[in-house]
Write a protein that binds this ligand. Sequence first.
Ligand code: HSE
Length: 437
Amino acid sequence: MKNINIGLIGFGTIGAGVAKILLENDKIISRRLGAQLELKKIADLDVTTDRGVKVPDGILTTEVNEVIGNPEIDIVIELIGGYEPARTFVERALNSRQSVVTANKALLAKFGNELFAAAKANGIDLYYEASVAGGIPIIKTLREALAGNRINSVCGILNGTCNYILTKMGDEGADFAEVLKSAQELGYAEADPTFDVEGIDTAHKLALLTALAFATEIDFAAIHVEGITNIKPVDFAFAREFGYKIKLLAIAKNEAGRIEARVHPTMIPKEHMLAKIDDVFNAVFVNADALGPSLYYGQGAGMMATASAVVGDLVDIARNLNSDNLRRIPDLSFQENQIKPGNYRPMSEISSQYYIRFSAHDKTSVLSRIAGILGSHNISIASVIQQGGGDGDAVTVPIVMQTHKALEKNLRAALDEIDQLDIIAAPTAVIRMESEL
Ligand code: HSE
């Protein structure tokens, strides 16, 4: 049986998972592939730490050039993460005509256009299933299974750390800092959680999904990004009263060629499929014209789930190699000459329903003044809740409103005015509400 040789760079948790699958499942893989995937070399600066997987002698090396540019290695797996040296190594592998599998969404969100161009120029494959939603096969779904559909929208919960934190805040009424600390203790959040909790990791993934769905260049800068650090326990209580849950959603919509791509905390009706995705799980909700709505759910991170996606990509490329058919599937689903810069709708032009929480001094006429300003900016109020207070003008009370659909720029103009009023004690909190995903 023919051997297809694999080289891995970056022997961390996912790398160890990939090695484990390749060593333990070699028979079932070769029964599917009709060839043997052989893990020839693993390059990492640290080749002494025990990763819990016993690799054959002679495989580990600290010399990356034993993988990159080594003519014996057919496919390179990049699991270093981050921008450099991953970008340099991936470029060198592609320019050495080695196909590449990566899980690196940050790299592709920023440099994907040029890396895919290099893959095309060299006539080889650059696969990236593990970069979005870990083990969930969403790239394959968009590139292959839904190739007959026009995609209207792709929305997802793409960050397990944030979903865990929001689930716990909702269930336990705990505040953000407290839940983040426990998530770090459990290993669900990084020591530096910035990319996760500020929504950046989710936006990296959405940049790829948007390009795949709508035939656009990858454009991370076009995505509006807000994280979860300002959500308060009281917001979960009000969301529950309205029949909603709060999720960090990645939203990409295409309305007649105008694209919205945004990441922000979102209230969604508790009956919606995405509202039921809790803890560290990820899910992607796709609305396509022929299929209709569909949901892809599973583990978006973790050693074996992510490694499963990496090995799936290896098998795909190995099948292409076997049949002399590299680049069988276009990198971003559409033929390269069909991919154009996206026509993005600016955030000020989007329309949404809004949850608004005012911190107001409990004085007479507060409600009428707020409502008057909202009305003057064409914001129509759907419901109001005011709790507590009522015993003097030093008391601050939350006043919560749910609006009908309104333009973001009108809402911002109204809130700029309202937040100047002497009756307002703290900046007003806003969460977008989405019922039409
Ligand atoms: N930090 C990411 C998450 C890992 O929490 O989902 C996968 O990208």
